[in-house]
Design a protein around this ligand. Structure first.
Ligand code: PXP
Length: 239
């Protein structure tokens, strides 16, 4: 029984295009929960380009399933997370000029920093997930420095143009799932997943949660948000 967690950043992106108050990611989060989502995700970026502090505070007050805050491991965000206390923080790399999160976190480059950040968050009762490429070395270090969960970066797989490429990149993800499972880590996946490419994950029942935003918000434009979420919940629930 895999779970869907819906990322509402893209709802906020549409709002920011006009600089007004709608569409509201907080309302979208409530609809996603009514449609069967078991978690809500938002990424508070340093530049506040989509989700802002008001959204995060209201999501904390209204989300009834599980609130997952994606953020960079920087002092400002650590302060905010320790105050707001989301159920879960997912540490992601963040570069100002990127369109979206581009690669996994490089915990290998500075394990002591990430160990300290994980401890600062866990001290407040917040679970910590690391967004990692499907690289066994990064996953092992993630385990050693105290992460509870790894979210494996599926962007590379999602961008495959040829079937042979998709198969090869998926095999890498499958091996990473085995590595994480053998270390007793809980496993999520996300980035670039849609209603077609997610189907291959049926063969990976150890993946507990799917973190999906863009494809759901895209479909919502055509069929409505509630139905778009429900269709994804129905797709992955038997994985
Ligand atoms: N997981 C992480 C760590 C992300 O940064 C994102 C994008 O915000 C997602 C999942 C969701 O990706 P998408 O919007 O492509 O479904």
């Amino acid at each position: 029984m895999a779970r869907l967690a819906v990322n509402v950043d893209h709802v906020a992106t549409v709002r920011q295009a006009r600089g007004i108050s709608e569409p509201d990611p907080v309302l979208a989060a409530g609809i996603a929960e009514l449609a069967g989502a078991e978690g809500i995700i938002c990424h508070l970026r340093e530049d506040r380009r989509h989700i802002n502090d008001r959204d995060l505070n209201l999501l904390r007050q209204t989300v009834k399933t599980k609130l997952n805050l994606e953020m960079a491991a920087v002092p400002e965000m650590i302060r905010i997370a320790r105050r707001v206390k989301p159920d879960l923080v997912t540490l992601v790399p963040e570069r100002r000029e990127e369109l979206t999160t581009e690669g996994g976190l490089d915990v290998r480059s500075n394990p002591d920093l990430y160990r300290k950040v994980i401890r600062q968050l866990k001290d407040k009762g917040i679970h910590v997930s690391l967004f990692l490429d499907p690289d066994p070395v990064q996953i092992e270090i993630g385990h050693h420095i105290g992460a509870d969960i790894v979210e494996l970066h599926t962007g590379h797989y999602s961008e495959a143009r040829k079937e042979s490429e998709a198969r090869e990149r998926f095999d890498r993800l499958a091996k990473a799932v085995d590595t994480a499972f053998s270390l007793d880590l809980r496993i999520s996946v996300g980035h670039g997943l849609n209603y077609v490419n997610v189907k291959r994950f049926r063969s990976l029942p150890r993946v507990e949660e799917y973190s999906i935003g863009h494809s759901i918000v895209t479909r919502a434009i055509y069929v409505g948000f509630e139905r778009a979420v429900r269709e994804m919940v129905d797709l992955i629930k038997d994985f």
